[in-house]
Design a protein around this ligand. Structure first.
Ligand SMILES: *Cc1c(COP(=O)(O)O)cnc(C)c1O
Length: 377
């Protein structure tokens, strides 16, 4: 698109600017790996696992190839497969439910609550059947789901909880980091995530030693001793170059999270109050992987911003129960009205930690201008 070539076009996230800030440290860390001659399952990966286990306050962390594999490995480690049902939200990235289907189980959706965009614990409980083995709870856009209710329901019905924290590394819920609350936590380091590699990478975490041992084997051909294979696993490892990059980025991570929160605060205070904006909850911090607003004229606002050189994005335009790939589940329009309505109204604004105050003002002014023009018609 022509606008996107313009020098001053504002992208959803400016990854290059983050790297510039970190100077030569990433190049140095990557050079260490190149010179070490060890490229898969080496020292950097181990160090990263150790640091992330500390950061998330869990007993075990294991690097894997990406966030979707993290979810798949978590399901397999819990023994979930053919004949089982796994409940999740229809309002998430496709990979969440894709992993359930890959594992051989049936995705079962339950609608969201309209304030947090996350699964509604009450509707989740209503979807439980004798076949339900687990729920994958997603902390969408960096805001935690209602974990205390969810954990209570899961315990009552003897079902496992996998946290899809791919968008929420560092998010806290009642003093705990998400991913550390359920049986297994899953993370993605896809470049655009809050902590991003320079390619695909992911992580699984747990406090359960048996699950750890299982996942340790699953990510590496079902093996824990070379050429001895106890299970059918897969090849899903986080390579040394990505680990080297993530180790450097992790040092800056808290600063970047803080900057995201500052930008969100600025948006919330200054974007016109007629728009629905993210709510701030006590004891449930938001790390703003995305900053989303809601309005009926979503498409018009998006086009208006583009004209002014500002990107915006729709996460997600089609809820998962209406995706062609899941047509075999026989859901229909109207099954999850909140997810469907929000999919039509939601719009994400640019949020790069490095975004200047001036750029933020520009975005705020353009959104408010749009509302003013609309109002005067
Ligand atoms: C990004 C993401 C995934 C998948 O992660 P990949 O590393 O891209 O495989 C899964 N769930 C959610 C909610 C995500 O945002």
């Amino acid at each position: 698109m022509e606008e996107q070539n313009q020098q001053n076009f504002i992208p959803m996230v400016d990854l290059k600017e983050e790297v510039n800030l970190m100077g030569q440290s990433i190049i140095k860390s990557v050079t260490d790996v190149i010179e070490s001659g060890a490229y898969v399952l080496g020292e950097k990966g181990k160090k990263l696992e150790h640091e992330l286990a500390g950061y998330l306050n869990v007993s075990y962390a294991l690097g894997v190839a990406n966030g979707t594999d993290a979810l798949y490995i978590a399901l397999k480690a819990l023994g979930i497969g053919i004949g089982d049902e796994v409940i999740t939200t229809p309002f998430t990235f496709f990979g969440t439910a894709e992993a359930i289907a890959q594992a051989g189980a049936k995705p079962v959706f339950a609608d969201i609550d309209e304030e947090t965009y996350n699964i509604d614990p009450y509707k989740m409980e209503k979807a439980i059947t004798p076949k339900t083995k687990a729920i994958i709870v997603v902390h969408l856009f960096g805001l935690s789901a209602k974990m205390s209710q969810i954990m209570e329901i899961a315990k009552k019905h003897h079902i496992k909880v996998i946290e899809d924290a791919c968008q929420a590394i560092g998010t806290e819920y009642q003093g705990k980091r998400v991913g550390s609350i359920g049986d297994i936590g899953c993370f993605s380091f896809f470049p655009s995530k809050n902590l991003g590699a320079f390619g695909d990478a992911g992580l699984v975490v747990t406090n359960n030693k048996d699950l750890y041992k299982n996942m340790f084997m699953l990510r590496n051909h079902g093996s824990d001793k070379k050429y001895l294979h106890s299970l059918i696993g897969m090849n899903s490892r986080l390579d040394e170059i990505q680990a080297a990059i993530l180790l450097v980025k992790l040092k800056y991570f808290d600063v970047f999270l803080h900057l995201r929160k500052e930008i969100a605060k600025n948006y919330t205070e200054n974007i016109h109050k007629s728009l629905k904006k993210p709510k701030i909850y006590e004891n449930r911090e938001h790390t703003f992987h995305q900053y989303c607003i809601e309005l009926d004229e979503r498409n018009e606002l998006s086009a208006y911003l583009l004209e002014k050189g500002i990107s915006s994005a729709i996460y997600y335009p089609v809820p998962l129960h209406l995706q062609e790939a899941f047509s075999y589940l026989n859901y229909k329009e109207g099954d999850f009205p909140l997810a469907e309505t929000i999919a039509k109204r939601i719009l994400a604004l640019p949020i790069s930690p490095t975004m200047s105050r001036e750029i933020q003002e520009n975005i705020i002014n353009c959104v408010n201008e749009f509302l003013g023009e609309k109002g005067s018609k």
